[in-house]
Design a protein around this ligand. Structure first.
Ligand code: SPV
Ligand code: MG
Length: 554
């Protein structure tokens, strides 16, 4: 289900009614309808996503989520702020638990106006005294004077800005032990004062007194019930007795509390996330609930120059086995380097160079690769395929100006700046001081380049040097540098890369091909590839020594 990026009292696109009209419709529906508790933006979204037609913004739950008691410890404006987030996060109507109305008639008037302005569909006020106490605490709580409470209802109805806004009068006579007669007397008075519905509350273990009330009331106006203590009464009995709305009043905050307790205790005890990772929502689910994709789409429309904007594609599918324990539960691009995953550092470098459209291809432990504002593509066959297959997963992104990068490298900002200034269609960055980099050059496979000309100072920020060959097995005399895993493709270059990937898919060579194979094919086809030289100032992370170097590098 798609979720609105925001909503207001006005109908969201596709809806024909305001939220207040929707709530009115639920109240007067011939069927018994249901409201589900929510207490913040995310729970409001989840309630909507589950299929409920309306939300109960529970005072108990909102207070609990703030870590305070359900005794008006949170001010009414603090509650208003929460409600605004909830209304923005959802498209279904919200009935707010307004406690006793936050004071006398005048306080309620101000609250009603503000609620109407913020797209809340209705308020329920209870006939107790400010500051309120939760109905399930103690016995015989004092009730409001009937006339005073009727005045409050009238004041609210007179001031509401939205004709369909509902004011529900909650009768606490049964809760406070005053009996059915008092409950009916109060309900009648409140209805006559203008209430749009009655909420009759009970704390009995069975639903008998509620069913009796509904029978006695005989549908004079909509009646709302809250079967928290009498949850064992079959819902059909409420239907048969013509309950208008049933509120499941506090079950999301209770569910969240047990889930958070269990998770926190487990992580505390284990000092590890392994035991819980698979049983909790993924970060992607959170992004989905926040509707991040809407923002990405909006950025394409509203941010300037997005047509010519350079994109980046990062290959981040491999595990990095040589890092052993560090890559058991995440790929090497997510290894922490001075407090941030490597991939985060890389994307920050791109962002600083003005590159915002970043795609990364994940594979190993992909659910752990979940940074915001990256467009992720997946190579689920990462174990049996090579780099070109991973790159092919982002083939739609290889268009226009494009930076290609491995996900396990770090380099100084100037390297990227220099690369972005080049004019060639396919330009690779090569380290001319490749021999200085590694005391043990046999320890890794390196992407070495043979070029038309060796590095001299004059080539520092030009791309006149052309690549003759790229591979792993040249004699030291032939080698002019090491490709660092960073490249730039112009629009023309991107087309060539795309075509070559497609050609490799067609001739069956793609699955095992490395980037080196791809570049080698282009060279064989006489497509020019350019080189810019740098002298150090980068590293890749293959093993524990590299990781130690990376900590120093920053
Ligand atoms: C709430 O959800 O805050 C309510 C319902 O007022 S109850 O807690 O059952 O009184
Ligand atoms: Mg309450």
């Amino acid at each position: 289900m798609s979720i609105a990026p925001y909503s207001t009292a006005k109908p969201a696109k596709g809806l024909t009614m305001t939220k207040s009209t929707e709530l009115k419709k639920l109240l007067h529906s011939i069927d018994t309808e249901f409201l589900m508790e929510a207490h913040d933006g995310i729970s409001a979204k989840i309630v909507e996503e589950s299929g409920f037609k309306g939300i109960w913004a529970s005072g108990l739950a909102m207070s609990a989520a703030l870590g305070v008691r359900d005794s008006n410890e949170a001010s009414w404006t603090q509650i208003l702020e929460i409600l605004e987030f909830m209304a923005d996060a959802s498209r279904i109507p919200i009935l707010v638990d307004g406690d006793t109305g936050y004071g006398n008639f005048n306080n309620l008037r101000r609250a009603v106006r503000k609620l109407c302005q913020r797209g809340i569909a209705g308020i329920c006020i209870e006939d107790k005294l400010f500051p309120k106490t939760n109905s399930f605490i103690g016995e015989g709580q004092p009730l409001a004077d009937i006339d005073e409470f009727c005045g409050k209802i009238k004041a609210g109805k007179d001031i509401q800005l939205d004709d369909d806004f509902s004011i529900i009068a909650r009768v606490e006579a049964l809760i406070s032990g005053r009996g059915m007669e008092e409950a009916l007397k109060r309900a009648s008075a409140y209805f006559e004062a203008g209430a749009d519905g009655i909420l009759i509350h009970s704390k009995q273990r069975d639903g008998d007194e509620i069913i009796n009330f509904l029978k006695e009331w005989a549908n004079r106006c909509p009646v709302i019930i809250v079967p928290t203590t009498y949850y064992q009464t079959p819902t059909q009995e409420f239907r048969d007795a013509n309950a208008s709305l049933v509120i499941w009043a506090n079950h999301n905050i209770r569910a969240a509390t047990s889930a958070m307790r269990e998770t926190s205790l487990r992580i505390y005890r284990d000092q590890s996330l392994i035991g819980i990772e698979d049983s909790i929502s993924s970060v992607d689910e959170i992004f989905e609930l926040a509707n991040n994709s809407e923002l990405a789409a909006a950025e394409k429309i509203y941010l300037p120059n997005n047509q010519d904007e350079t994109k980046a594609i990062i290959l981040a599918a491999s595990r990095g086995k040589e890092l052993h324990d560090l890559t058991v539960d995440r790929p090497k691009c997510m290894i922490d380097v001075r407090g941030q995953p490597l991939l985060h550092r890389l994307t920050t470098t791109f962002n600083q160079a003005g590159i915002r459209q970043i795609s990364a291809v994940r594979g190993y432990k992909k659910s752990t690769v979940n940074l915001p504002s990256i467009d992720f593509k997946d190579n689920d066959e990462f174990e049996t395929t090579g780099e070109v297959t991973s790159l092919s997963r982002a083939i739609s992104q290889i268009e226009g100006n494009c930076i290609f990068s491995y996900g396990d490298i770090l380099f100084r900002h100037y390297v990227l700046d220099q690369l972005l200034k080049t004019n060639g269609d396919i330009v690779l960055v090569a380290d001319a001081l490749w021999q200085d980099r590694d005391p043990n050059p046999q320890s890794r496979t390196r992407d070495l380049v043979k070029c038309a000309e060796p590095f001299t100072i004059k080539y520092l920020d030009e791309d006149e040097v052309t690549l003759n060959a790229i591979g792993h097995d040249f004699t030291p005399e032939e080698i002019q540098g090491e490709w660092i895993g960073l490249a730039k493709f112009s629009a023309v270059g991107s087309n060539k890369i795309r075509s070559e990937i497609i050609a490799m898919q067609q001739d069956g060579t793609e699955r095992n091909a490395s980037m080196i194979d791809l570049f080698a094919r282009l060279l064989k086809n006489r497509e020019p590839i350019h080189i810019i030289y740098i002298s150090g100032h980068w590293l890749d992370i293959d093993n524990a020594d590299d990781l130690a170097d990376a900590q120093k590098f920053l």
